[in-house]
Write a protein that binds this ligand. Sequence first.
Ligand code: HEM
Ligand code: HEM
Length: 206
Amino acid sequence: MSTHSLPNTSQNQPALTTNTSVKTTRYDSLYKVLHWLVGSLILLMLIAKIGFANAITTEDKLNMLIGHSSIGSVLALLIIIRVVKRFVIKSERPIQTIPNWQKRLSGIVHLALYFCLIMIPLTGYLSASFHQLPVMPFTLINLSRVSSSGYVEADFLLMRSIHENMINLLIILLFVHIGGALYHKFIKKDDVMATMTPSKKIKKVE
Ligand code: HEM
Ligand code: HEM
């Protein structure tokens, strides 16, 4: 039986076992858990587009704001851990065996994704602090500062529109990102997708 941790296709193995410049063949478990957890919660949060549009009564809006800011706060925490792991601790990542232009393109898309992942919660909190209604994550604290500073509609609308534009940019980037991942999985049939999917162990190659 093969000792290799990747799918046992003859196409996959040589790229990972003969290339001596490759040290780690997969993202580690924490990278993967953070990637898929943040990914799933972001997709859930995108439903807020429909939720906020359909919230007619004040009670509906308050409940939407509680749910949205609670999940948003959990996401913000996970994103902070992810950014620290990636850019501060600089945990080791696999070097993909793909053409240079694809490395450059995916590098730019990944950086742009991180940019959105930082800007969206940030502008979310700022929108919340300028909000006319109380925004209470887990009903614990009120993020709205309007009771002390007064409501300025232009400030709220500006922050909300940056929040919304960043979300629209994220959606466009996700089309490229997910399209790229599926292209590698189903057309190139290489190991790019396998570096981010669950496996029993991380294979180290000298
Ligand atoms: C909201 C959803 C998602 C976000 C925000 C996201 C974000 C990211 C980011 C920032 C990276 C770079 C990791 C790093 O090197 O630091 C990454 C890698 C990756 N993602 Fe996603 N992703 C999402 C959804 C998906 C989905 C649905 C798939 C599969 C269909 C996917 C497949 C991958 C793969 C295969 C990699 C490794 C690619 C490589 O290292 O070149 N992602 N993702
Ligand atoms: C991290 C991922 C987040 C995503 C994907 C996200 C997504 C969204 C979406 C789709 C909308 C509706 C925009 C529209 O109508 O087109 C929205 C609005 C809003 N979000 Fe977020 N959001 C996130 C984080 C946060 C956070 C952390 C907060 C604050 C704690 C927040 C506060 C708000 C507020 C106050 C609004 C405006 C609600 C209103 O119009 O009354 N968001 N967000």
